[in-house]
Design a protein around this ligand. Structure first.
Ligand SMILES: CCCCCCCC(=O)SCCNC(=O)CCNC(=O)[C@H](O)C(C)(C)COP(=O)(O)OP(=O)(O)OC[C@H]1O[C@@H](n2cnc3c(N)ncnc32)[C@H](O)[C@@H]1OP(=O)(O)O
Length: 217
């Protein structure tokens, strides 16, 4: 760190409940960030959407830098560990409040798998109005992990994930995603997935998740 630089404030880390995997033994709560945290997440997503397509004047760029720096300073002052951050733990919000995921809402979980509506936004643009292929994989990874968790009632990590891009995945369109466990063989969980725009198949996933051993990172 250079002279005079200040480290981000991480003093709010009050405990480390991490015992392996990527889930902590913390109570599930929908309180963190307050009742309007979902609106906050939506504003962050909208910021990224608008920034993706904006061409500000140099003067506006100057102004926005100052405003965003002020916001970033406020957020840095309330930095906390990943286990207690509402982003990723607010199960009442789209994509658990995780702003790095394409927002999705799980509509059903049953013997046929996990069913969700996922919407790729302007900031997920790949090119020519289509979603970026990597973002499609992100959606599959998270919702595939969900299907794996349901199948084994435990935590797993992705060993491999392949995507077949069958047709254009549109932006700003509620799409139907289904992920399901095709086979469980010991610690190996073979997961399949599809994303449809109505009747049209956009992409398919074939993935292997490995159930983590106790304490495994
Ligand atoms: C609800 C929230 C959902 C969120 C989901 C998000 C999921 C993620 O993004 S996880 C992040 C991305 N993934 C990673 O970082 C994982 C990195 N890799 C690893 O940590 C390890 O390689 C890991 C855990 C996958 C497997 O390692 P390890 O636990 O030592 O298992 P290992 O003994 O090597 O393999 C177990 C079995 O799987 C097989 N296997 C492991 N990796 C592969 C692979 N890539 N391809 C094929 N088979 C494999 C092995 O051959 C072995 O098979 P068998 O039992 O028949 O001999």
């Amino acid at each position: 760190m250079s002279d005079g630089a200040v480290s981000p404030d991480t003093s709010t880390e009050i405990e480390d409940p991490h015992e392996g995997g990527f889930r902590a033994h913390t109570a599930i709560t929908t309180e963190r960030g307050g009742p309007r945290y979902g609106e906050f997440s939506e504003q962050v997503r909208t910021l990224m959407d608008r920034a993706r397509y904006a061409c500000p004047t140099p003067e506006l760029t100057d102004e926005l830098i100052d405003q965003l720096a002020a916001i970033n300073d406020k957020l840095a002052a309330v930095r906390i560990d990943e286990w207690h951050s509402p982003a990723g733990t607010r199960i009442d919000l789209p994509a658990r409040g995780n702003i790095t995921l394409p927002p999705f809402e799980v509509t059903d979980v049953n013997d046929d798998g996990v069913f969700a509506t996922v919407t790729f936004r302007d900031f997920h643009l790949g090119g020519n109005k289509a979603a970026h292929g990597g973002q499609v994989a992100v959606a599959f990874d998270d919702l595939g992990g969900y299907a794996s968790a349901v199948a084994i009632q435990g935590v797993s990590r992705t060993a491999y994930l392949t995507v077949q891009y069958r047709s254009i995945t549109p932006l700003n369109t509620p799409l139907q995603c289904r992920t399901w466990a095709e086979k469980v063989d010991g610690r190996k969980v073979f997961i399949k997935g599809t994303i449809h725009d109505g009747d049209r198949l956009c992409a398919e996933m074939d993935a292997l998740f490995i159930k983590l051993n106790p304490g495994q990172q």
